[in-house]
Design a protein. Sequence first.
Length: 201
Amino acid sequence: MSETLIQIVDATLASAVSRSGSHLACRPGCSQCCHGVFEISALDAARLHQGLAGADQAVAGRVIARVEAARARLRPFFPGDVLTGTLTGTEEEIELFEEWAHGDACPVLDPETQTCDLYEHRPILCRTFGPPILNDPGDRDAGLAICELCFTEATDDDIAAAEMDSGFRALQERAEAEYEANNPASGPTIVAFAFSAKDDN
């Protein structure tokens, strides 16, 4: 189910990108959206693990070093279990944590190239950020989420024409629920805590 989800999301993204034209600023080296902490699912975390396991040894070593540095910096304020990496705080606590760490670079981001070292294994949120997409598929009044660097000179019609189809959300929810059911100790986390650390004790 997870592989099917990624195929559908990537195809949906490709369609939105083709309809966005020059309004979409996203390109290698543009990394504003790679800064700040944000919640990812346990399934996203598993996908990142898979990417790290298959990465070139030198790349994997650099990612692990950045992950460990990020964990050390974030650990005192992490609203969750630092051993499992699972977010357990209240919504307010998590929001405060995200505001506090809004300038932190994702540890998977290569600081020299400003590109993702595990791009093919990136979380769903990373795959869908940029083109216009509904914040809440069940509520059109919630508005469209759009990167502030994109569609800066677009009309409402341009934005509507480029909207990314959020129909994959139901499959995403099922895939994430299935993963957590099969992995009871797992739960939502952030990228820095999606990997095991050697120095948590």
